[in-house]
Design a protein around this ligand. Structure first.
Ligand code: SAH
Ligand code: SF4
Ligand code: F3S
Length: 462
């Protein structure tokens, strides 16, 4: 494409790791169009990669829209594109109302961005382009083709434009079949589609060759992966047999019902597998879990946790909880608190229930827990979690932990203090140490000095 004017873009991303990964594709497309990143005021292309998981995520976006509409009044040449999950949810009325937005592209059609821009630039500025599935009436094969196409462009281009990155996210599947009653993801991202194992392996090998030390396999229910006879266990087994010893592999997010016990044994046996499980419970009450359509009970969930700890005593468990789901009583909430205390999560993401249009819970349940109760329950759970973290982190003080030096930051505090290094343990714990940058990428032993609810500090034992 010919160079056009100053060639600057502004990209803002909302949402999860999937959305962040999509933004890398978007950046790549923009770079290929010879655009470079700049602050919003100087940009010729403004792109929002959006999220719809909670009302609050959408509100942040809508606030930005009013700013953009004013910008567009002064400069009609700016190209404004709204991409991502939010697009799958909007209707024509919304599109017409926001006529200053030049194109809307849902996650399966991101590769249409250059084409949309070209059309805009050919002076068809009164057009709004929309690429989305509408009412899911597009055949699954079409979606699959788009998905493979997108991953392939990225792979091909990554081979040409390589930057050394300590961590590489690799999508092994897209979409979700679980239909938890509160969740928009099956509607915004569509049903599950798994990538061929050869493509995944190729991408992993490529990442390692160019210096990645941590590979993060991504999927909404990552442990539900299945492609031509290869399930998630087999995939991990194959990966762990082909990668070098110093590489760590992590995966997000595990769906409790699809955890098979041999997987927990594999984590124990293979040193390359991070001793880390992100396995959200969402609630500790069986009544609420049933209403959420989570397909497991509190007892089944806790069995998995017990076995995970028994096999890997140092494992870090991360989770997500929703408070204030319809009909959640004080007793139900107390069950969630008891579960949080029992599991001792290393990271816990707490959300207040947000009814999402057209989901089952929106259509059939009443959002009958008040905002103030939701907020109070959120705060209470957050405090409990902070106490757990403080206690847990303080249990490391004076111990020696092993990890590899993950990141280095310059410190201007004092020359003596050298660099701030982030050391990551096998259980995904981050330790802050002051030492020399040359340690970056090496394995070190760290004596823990001090801790708080969110941080651990130590020094490298030479
Ligand atoms: N696939 C993952 C979660 C993806 S969504 C899983 O099954 O665990 C990320 C988190 O957002 C969810 O775990 C849930 O805690 C939260 N969430 C999703 N929909 C929500 C809603 N309507 N209201 C509040 N929180 C929600
Ligand atoms: Fe949403 Fe449930 Fe799928 Fe997670 S498993 S993405 S919460 S529907
Ligand atoms: Fe992620 Fe938000 Fe979409 S959480 S999958 S970007 S709705």
């Amino acid at each position: 494409m010919n160079k056009i004017k100053e060639n600057f873009y502004f990209l803002k991303t909302f949402g999860c790791q999937m959305s962040n990964l999509d933004s890398k594709y978007i950046q790549l497309l923009l770079n290929k169009m010879s655009f470079e990143t700049k602050q919003i005021e100087k940009a010729d292309i403004i792109v929002f990669n959006t999220c719809s998981i909670r009302e609050a995520s959408e509100n942040k976006l809508l606030n930005l829209f009013s700013y953009i509409s004013k910008m567009k009044e002064y400069n009609k040449d700016i190209f404004v594109a709204v991409l991502g999950c939010f697009v799958e949810k909007i209707n024509y009325k919304f599109i017409q109302k926001h006529s200053y937005i030049d194109c809307f592209i849902s996650p399966d059609y991101l590769h249409f961005l250059p084409y949309a821009f070209k059309r805009f630039h050919l002076k068809k500025k009164n057009y709004q382009l929309v690429y989305k599935h509408f009412k899911n009436n597009i055949h699954k094969n079409t979606i699959k083709k788009n998905f493979d196409f997108l991953e392939d462009i990225f792979l091909r281009n990554k081979i040409r434009t390589v930057k050394k990155k300590p961590r590489e996210y690799i999508r092994i599947m897209k979409g979700c079949n679980k239909f938890c009653t509160y969740c928009v993801v099956p509607y915004t991202r569509g049903l599950e589609i798994c990538r061929p194992i050869e493509r995944i392996i190729l991408e992993i090998k490529h990442a390692i060759y160019f210096g990645s030390q941590e590979i993060v396999l991504l999927g909404q229910s990552v442990n539900h992966y299945y492609y031509r006879g290869v399930n998630f266990y087999k995939l991990l087994y194959i990966i762990s047999n082909i990668i070098p010893k110093h590489i760590r592999v992590k995966f997000l997010t595990s769906y409790p019902k699809n955890i098979i016990y041999p997987l927990l044994t594999l984590i124990q046996q293979k040193s390359c597998l991070s001793k880390y499980l992100h396995i959200p419970a969402q609630s500790g009450s069986n009544t609420i879990l049933k209403k959420m359509n989570r397909c497991y009970t509190r007892e089944e969930y806790l069995d998995i946790i017990d076995i995970a700890y028994a096999k890997n005593p140092g494992i870090s468990i991360a989770g997500d909880m929703i408070v204030g789901f319809p009909d959640e009583s004080t007793k139900d909430f107390q069950c969630s608190i008891a579960l949080v205390k029992y599991v001792k999560y290393q990271h816990l993401f707490i959300s207040q229930y947000s009814p999402r249009p057209n989901t089952i819970s929106y259509l059939y349940y009443q959002d009958n827990v008040s905002k103030s109760i939701k907020r109070a329950r959120h705060n209470y759970m957050f405090k409990i979690q902070q106490n757990i973290m403080s206690q847990y982190n303080s249990s490391f003080v004076a111990q020696i932990l092993e990890g590899f030096v993950w990141k280095a930051y310059n410190t201007s505090v004092s020359k003596k203090l050298k660099e701030i290094l982030l050391v990551k343990t096998d259980a995904n714990k981050i330790i802050f140490v002051f030492d020399e940058k040359k340690l970056l990428g090496s394995k070190v032993r760290v004596r823990i000095l001090q801790s708080s609810s969110s941080k651990i500090f130590g020094f490298v034992v030479k």
